[in-house]
Write a new protein. Sequence first.
Lengths: 195, 241
Amino acid sequence: MPSPSTDRSARLAELLARTALADQAAYAELYRLTASHLYAVALRILREPSAAEDVLQEAFVSVWHHAGSYSTAKAKPQTWLTSIVRNRCLDQLRRREPDTVTMTRDEDESEMEFETPGPTPIELLVAGAEANSVRDCVERLDGSHKQAIALAFYQGLSHAELAHHLRQPLGTVKSWVRRGLERLKACLEGAGVTR
Amino acid sequence: MNLSRPDRSERLDALAAEYALGTLDGRTRRRLDRIAQTDPTVAAALRGWEWRLAALTEGMPGITPPVHVWEAIRQRLGFSGESDAAGPGASAPWWASLALWRGLALAGFALAFALGLLLVAPTTERPYEGVVVVLAGTDAKPALVATGERGSRFLTVKAVATVEVPAGRALELWMLPDGRAPVSMGLVPASGIDRLALRAPVGIALQDIPALAVSIEPPGGSPTGAPTGPVVYTGRVERFY
C-alpha cells in the first residue's frame, strides 16, 4: 500500500512532467503544493523575507524552464526542488561575503538576528529526518558534529561563521564537519538511503 | 586539479559534501560549480550530496510565501490571466457590503475561544503583546485563528475547524483596511497550522486594519491582486496591547 509520502511524490513527479510540457495548471498546482516548504527552507537560510521571496521566484522560474531535467534526477521531486532552492540560497549567501574569510555576524548581530520561528536547527535535523531512516544516522553523530552540521545546513553558516558561533578554532570546526559528514554518509549507505 | 580521477574520489566526495552542506567559501563554491559544468563526475558528486542532504528538510514546517511571489512568477513567465478566475463583478465589491460587517459583530463571541488559545500558548517572561483574529463564517463558528506577536514578522494561522475548500482552490487571507480595497496577506491552510511572513512586524502591518477576511481563490492565490472568489470567513483584529 503506498504511503502518503509516496503518493505525494508520485503526484509531484506527475506535475513536474506536465510542467515540462508547458502545462500552466500543473505548474500552478506544483507551486501550491511545494511553495510553503521551499519558502521555509529559503527563509531559514537567508533570514530575510525579501531575499527568500526572490530565491523562491527564481527557483520556480527555473523549474518552469527545466522541469524536464527532473526525469533524470535520482531524487524525490521535493528533494530535487529543495536542492534547487538551497543551492540558490547558498550562492546568494556566499556572494554577499567577500572572498577572504571574514566574520559576517558578530555577537551583537546574532542577538538581533532575523527571528526564525519554531524549532532550533538540531530539533529540525531530527524532525526532518524522522520521515526516513536518516534520523538514525543523524542521531548517531557525536554532539559537536551534529551541532556543526545542523547549523551549517539549516542556517547556511560557513566554516568561519561556525567557528565564530561555536567559539572553536577554525580547524576544529572543519574537522567536526568533515568527520560528521563522513559518518553520516557511511551510515546512510549502510541504511540504503543514498538517494 | 582533476577531481574526477579515481584516486581523487575521496577528496571529491568530501568537497561535494561540504558544497551541499554550504560550508565552503564563495570562491571554492564557484570553482566547483565551474568544474561541474564540464565534468559529469564532479557534477554527479555535487548533485548526489545535495539530494542526500535536501532530504533532511522533510518534515520542516512550511511557511506560506506572500502572494505577490506567485504573481511575479506568472508575470516573468508571461502567463496570461487565469481563465477560470472570476472577472470583476458588476455589483458593489463584497468588502463594502453591510452583511460582512454585521457578520463581524456576530463573530465577537468567538473571542472567548481565542482567549482560551492564549492561555495554552507557551508562557514567556513577558505578557503576551500581539493580535488575535478569529475568522468565522456566517454561522459565527470559528474556522481559522490568526495570532502574531506585535514585534514578530510572522502571523501564525491555524485551522480550528474543518474548512471546506473546493478541489483545486486555495484560501487567501486579506487585510480589510477601512474604506479601501483588501490587501492580500498570503494563502492560508485549510487544515493544520502555517505561518505567513509579513513585510513589517505585526503591530505595524495591522496597525490600521480593523478586520481580516478569507476568500476562495485559484491555486497560488488571486491572479488580480484583489479577491476574486467568495468570502468565506471574516474576523476583527483584536489587539492585546
